[in-house]
Design a protein around this ligand. Structure first.
Ligand code: SF4
Ligand code: SF4
Length: 128
């Protein structure tokens, strides 16, 4: 978990996880991780769209977003974000994007993160 968080923050490189490269049983995970952390082609958008009309305010996206968990660890246990350092915050029962520049998909160092999209059970978040 600690290594994964540092990898997402680009504090460490994937090659520093030696078992991934040295042990054959991790071949599939290596391929998946390599794809996940390879920067996307540079565009000006994150590709993230939020449809507030579908949002139920469940807060799943706040909890699962790795950025939110990093900048405000309490959000990972379901507590509300208190600063503007998180990507998401639930306000009046609907999630708001309050700091999109924090998103891992934001240029120039874009990553292929889709965790919030996968965590939204009503498909209020879509990433193209
Ligand atoms: S996971 Fe979906 S429904 Fe839940 S707060 Fe986020 S956008 Fe809204
Ligand atoms: S794409 Fe990833 S980093 Fe960006 S808001 Fe969603 S979960 Fe957070």
């Amino acid at each position: 978990m600690a290594f994964a968080t540092r990898l997402a923050l680009r504090d460490v490189e994937l090659k520093e996880c030696t078992p991934l490269f040295e042990e054959k049983q991790y071949k599939a995970q290596l391929a998946e991780l390599s794809n996940l952390i390879t920067p996307l082609l540079d565009t000006e958008e994150t590709g993230l769209k939020l449809d507030e009309t579908k949002c139920t305010g469940c807060g799943n996206c706040v909890v699962v977003c790795p950025v939110d968990a990093t900048v405000e660890p309490d959000t990972a246990s379901g507590k509300a974000a208190r600063t503007t350092e998180t990507v998401f915050r639930v306000e009046d029962g609907i999630v708001k994007i309050i700091n999109l520049e924090r998103c891992r998909r934001f240029p120039p160092d874009r990553m292929n993160c889709r965790v919030c999209e996968q965590g939204c059970y009503v498909k209020a978040i879509e990433i193209w």
